[in-house]
Design a protein around this ligand. Structure first.
Ligand code: F6P
Length: 396
């Protein structure tokens, strides 16, 4: 059977184990020899026990576990040519020419570069007698399929990355818990959520928790979710959820003073009898000059202007932990199976793909095009071109 290996790389996320399980079982089902590579690219470079053959039962009882049972790491050795030579040698000597990489855009880019270099790496290994002529010929093609595992939902091409839904569950649970204590003391709570440079977690959290205000990186200086939203389809959801009379979308953002708007909103809510306020701050939130809007800064504004009793909760890595939601388990399973199918159908000309969710369909998209778009979003945000960033990111 064909040699196939699966590894997880970069930050872990809930649902990665479901994907690993699915790759192993689908691979075995289709007659492949399936391997785990432990500790991401580092395990590929180090070889030895890090690359281990998997069997049907080695992935039993993992679907409900958070994180990744095969470990993940950020690997400096893989950046060096010698590291990649070692990695290629470890794969060839085990007959592995199919890789499923589960990670974010950095991990997927690494896999694509490795594939582009594959032929040269094998030539060099042969020249130094680290592999045989037969091996050079037999394993001359490397096939790659990527799955996006990240809580941030920051990858272009897929509606949902594996882990986002579970992170949202975790965040919402925490907010619901905060609300009861905030209510009792008539307090304002500022909750910082993860997402790196992407405001998806913060925005969806705000919508589903009836937050009063949300700060996200995409539409600075601030988004009052009942007033202006940066994702068109979420604008509609917001209108429905909030009974807003009107929803503005950000194609033409109106410059405004976020301090004033925030204070007005919080005051209004208290005057109408509300005992608490919730403000969501994405960890990457920025103002129009690109300066961070931190939870501390928002707290200072609220305390200085309104003298409200205010507390901050930074959820941190709690968001990445715990068991995966049903959605992420199924998503991981579906994506994993599709990745194996893609590899088994690949011809020497087939470009690496990333398996994505489009509506309710698992689709295969060109990996590098998606990575390029994801990087273009980051660049657009650095250039403060928020409209372009939102447009490039697409539906979600
Ligand atoms: O990409 C996932 C993520 O959890 C981000 O939301 C966050 O910014 C980052 O990783 C934290 O990284 P680390 O686990 O290295 O602290």
């Amino acid at each position: 059977g064909k040699g196939l290996a699966v590894f997880t790389s970069g930050g872990d996320s809930q649902g990665m184990n479901a994907a690993v399980r699915s790759v192993v079982r689908m691979g075995i089902y289709l007659g492949c020899k399936v391997y785990f590579i432990r500790e991401g690219y580092q395990g590929m470079v180090d070889g030895g026990d890090n690359i281990e053959e998997a069997n049907w039962s080695s992935v039993s009882s993992i679907i409900h576990k958070g994180g990744t049972i095969i470990g993940s790491a950020r690997c400096m050795d893989f950046i060096q040519k010698e590291g990649r030579l070692k990695a290629a040698c470890n794969l060839v000597t085990r007959g592995i020419t199919n890789l499923v990489v589960i990670g974010g855009d950095g991990s997927l880019t690494g896999a694509n570069l490795f594939r582009q270099e594959w032929s040269d790496l094998l030539d060099e290994l042969l020249a130094h007698n680290r592999i045989t002529k037969d091996q050079r010929e037999k394993y001359k093609y490397l096939h790659i399929a990527g799955l996006v595992g990240s809580i941030d939902n920051d990858f272009c091409g897929t509606d949902m990355t594996i882990g986002t839904d579970s992170a949202l569950h975790r965040i919402i649970e925490a907010i619901d818990a905060i609300v009861s204590t905030a209510y009792s003391h008539q307090r304002t709570f500022i909750m910082e959520v993860m997402g790196r440079h992407c405001g998806y977690l913060a925005l969806v959290t705000a919508l589903s928790s009836e937050a009063d205000f949300v700060f996200i990186p995409e539409a600075p200086p601030a988004v009052d979710w009942r007033d202006k939203l940066c994702y068109n389809y979420l604008a509609l959801v917001a209108a429905l959820a909030s009974e807003a009379d009107q929803v503005f979308i950000p194609e033409d953002p109106v410059p405004h003073n976020w301090v004033e708007k925030l204070c007005k909103r919080l005051q209004q809510e208290r005057k109408s009898g509300q005992r608490l306020n919730i403000i969501i701050v994405a960890e990457g939130a920025i103002d129009r000059e690109g300066k961070p809007i931190t939870a501390e800064l928002v707290k200072k504004v609220v305390v200085d202007n309104l003298q409200q009793d205010t507390r901050i909760t930074v959820l941190g890595h709690v968001q990445r932990g715990g068991s995966p939601s049903a959605f992420d388990r199924i998503l991981g399973c579906r994506m994993g199976a599709e990745a194996v199918m893609a590899l088994m159908e690949a011809t020497p000309e087939t470009e690496p793909c990333v398996v994505s969710l489009d509506g309710n369909q698992a689709v295969r998209l060109p990996l590098m095009e998606c990575v390029r778009r994801t990087k273009a979003v980051a660049q657009a945000m650095t250039d403060k071109n928020w409209e372009l960033a939102v447009q490039l990111r697409g539906r979600s």
